[in-house]
Design a protein around this ligand. Structure first.
Ligand code: AGP
Length: 614
């Protein structure tokens, strides 16, 4: 959700903080703010709207060139996105400035107590109470680190807090509970960020923290403790991507850049998965073969695009491993009292590794003694850290709010998991597994073939600038692709878009079809089963009612030609792997349509990249 930066060092803090916020703005962009410590006082500015508004204000009214500061980009939860609700929030004597990500659940009670003591609130946020509480603590004579420990013990909910004290200019203190925070370790300078993008241009050395920890950074050191003051250690790691991965590389949008990075991202996610003996190996799996042999049911939990990757995983796992798989929205999972045992494997799919709904779902699963395996793109994030095993995707940083390469690499990880389970459980012969691995190895080239035809898809998008609604149809593994295509269009083009299982249309949704309605149809490859023919019947039904059919079908599929107003060809691949190529034109379509409509593709309205509130 929100993006947080903290800095203490030798450079002007304003530049470091604003640059960090720019790299984190994808996390939230309702407002932005900065606070600097200047010779015993706090100087702060904060503005509703995007970071550019704050930058303009600072250009008109420059801030002092000091070397300690914090900053924030907001995704509003409590109170509308206005100047007064923007972070940082200050205590009543302006000694403390504080930024926050998450929700302080007992803020109403704390606010009531502070107001009864005469504190006047300057905002509608839950955050402001923490600034006042920190000041109260400092007035007792403790330092900011101890003040933070004491305050955090009385807070409920999920939060990352980062604060500075006007009287202690060389120290920035942060705390985390169920919300992301990483430390950047430099030389003569240290950083705090919601993720490593905040400081990647300064250092690639990072430290992750556990739950309920407070970290203090100074120029020369980093110290960690529990909320109770017990000294603790963070885990240091090296970030394996650099600044260029966080730049747009000549593209107009991060999303477009990330779509075009997919052949590389898929190749990287497949790298090193086969041992010299030809067997699949998943290094970070951490679950023993016996644990996996004992698995009698799999439940996949995820949100949004990651949920659709989970739907594809169900087809692959059930087909290759014959293990029953349920796919569940993370936000619904624990409220239905799911049946979990120690032989249930819960698979959590999350690009960010910080999605609160998914995190709470895996905690529930672990409390019921089920094993949790996560599929994640973000090293050091909370979900993999709280899982029994992990399969990291290697997409590199995904900045565009609409997930693209994140999705494709999640699909790869799902296929790898399914094949690994088949290997361990012996439900497929080794040569069958090798054959699918060979097919997967060819996918980067196939995805590139689809990207090479991007102009055709862009033309199609431009033809649909006036459309009010677009439907998507798919069957089998093409059904989640249809859902994902519709989600992309909703997210960035703000168009009404729905994905349907083609066979379900006649049970109601076909009533939506009217003259000229564009329907994108994902046609399964021709195979031994009747999927392909059934899909053609569905397409005929909507055409008969006036729909304009835009069909994605494999090269050489002449049977579809009479029923397609527009035909986009896909490489010939097996049906289970087809999502890897079929979703790409849908991503390009949404990206171009949103661009033509003049929308901010990377930062669509009302959304945030990482949804760290439930
Ligand atoms: C994808 O385009 C969305 N922005 C969103 O649905 C996302 O996939 C969802 O919030 C889950 O995020 P995660 O993968 O980081 O857990």
């Amino acid at each position: 959700m929100c993006g947080i930066v903290g800095y203490v060092g030798a450079k002007p803090a304003e530049g470091v903080v604003i640059e960090g916020l720019r790299r984190l703005e994808y996390r939230g962009y309702d407002s932005a703010g900065i606070a600097l410590v200047d010779g015993g006082s706090i100087v702060s500015d904060k503005r509703a709207g995007k970071l550019a508004n704050l930058e303009k204000a600072i250009a008109e009214s420059p801030l002092p060139q000091v070397t300690t500061g914090i900053g924030h980009t907001r995704w509003a939860t409590h109170g509308p996105p206005t100047d007064r609700n923007a972070h940082p929030h200050l205590g009543r004597t302006r000694r403390v400035a504080l930024v926050h990500n998450g929700i302080i659940e007992n803020f109403a009670e704390l606010r009531g107590r502070l107001e009864s003591e005469g504190v006047e609130m300057a905002s509608d946020t839950d955050t402001e109470v923490a600034a006042h509480l920190l000041e109260e603590q400092l007035e007792t004579g403790v330092d900011l680190t101890v003040a933070m420990q004491n305050v955090c013990r009385g807070l409920h909910g999920a939060f990352t807090l980062v604060a500075v004290d006007a009287h202690d200019p060389d120290r920035v203190v942060a705390a985390r509970r169920n919300s992301p925070l990483v430390v950047g370790i430099g030389e003569g300078e240290n950083f705090l960020g919601s993720d490593v993008a905040a400081f990647i241009e300064h250092t690639r050395e990072a430290m992750e923290l556990d739950q309920d920890q407070v970290v203090t950074i100074t120029r020369d050191g980093v110290s960690v403790s529990g909320f109770d003051g017990t000294p603790a250690e963070g885990r240091r790691y090296h970030v394996d991507w650099d600044l260029s991965a966080a730049e747009k590389d000549g593209h107009d949008w991060f999303m477009r850049k990330e779509i075009f990075e997919q052949p590389r991202a898929v190749a990287d996610s497949l790298l090193g998965r086969r041992g010299t003996d030809g067997l699949l190996q998943l290094d970070e799996m951490r679950l023993s073969d016996q644990d996996l042999r004992d698995v009698d049911k799999i439940i996949i939990i995820a949100a949004g695009t990651s949920f659709y990757a989970g739907m594809v995983a169900k087809y692959a796992i059930e087909h290759w491993c014959r293990i029953p798989v349920e796919v569940e929205l993370a936000s619904e999972f624990r409220y239905r009292d799911p049946i979990l045992t120690s032989d249930t494997l819960v698979v959590a799919i999350s690009q960010s590794g910080e999605t609160a709904d998914t995190l709470q779902a895996i905690r529930h699963a672990r409390e019921q003694r089920s094993k949790v395996l996560s599929i994640c793109n973000t090293n050091g994030s909370t979900i993999p850290r709280e899982s029994d095993g992990v399969i990291y995707t290697h997409a590199g940083p995904e900045i565009g709010v609409a997930s693209t390469k994140g999705f494709l690499t999640q699909l790869v990880a799902c296929y790898l998991l399914a094949l690994y389970l088949a290997q361990v459980k012996g439900t497929r012969y080794g040569d069958e597994i090798s054959q699918v691995m060979d097919q997967l190895d060819q996918m980067p080239a196939h995805i590139q073939t689809v990207l090479d035809k991007s102009e055709q898809v862009y033309g199609l998008a431009r033809d649909h600038v006036g459309s009010r609604s677009v439907l998507f149809l798919g069957r089998h593994a093409g059904y989640p692709v249809a859902l994902e295509g519709a989600l992309k269009l909703k997210e960035i083009a703000y168009l009404h878009a729905e994905g349907f299982a083609a066979g379900e249309l006649k049970h109601g949704p076909i009533a939506l079809v009217e003259e000229g309605l564009p329907i994108l149809c994902i046609v399964p490859p021709r195979g031994r089963d009747q999927l392909h023919d059934k899909m053609i019947s569905g397409i005929q039904e909507v055409r008969a009612r006036g729909a304009r059919t835009l069909c994605l079908a494999e090269e050489g599929d002449t049977a579809i030609e009479p029923y397609a107003d527009v035909l986009i060809t896909l490489p010939q691949v097996p049906v289970l792997l087809q999502p890897l190529v079929a979703v790409v034109p849908l991503q390009l379509f949404a990206c171009e349509l949103a661009t033509q409509l003049g929308h901010d593709v990377d930062q669509p309205r009302n959304l945030a990249k990482s949804v760290t509130v439930e």
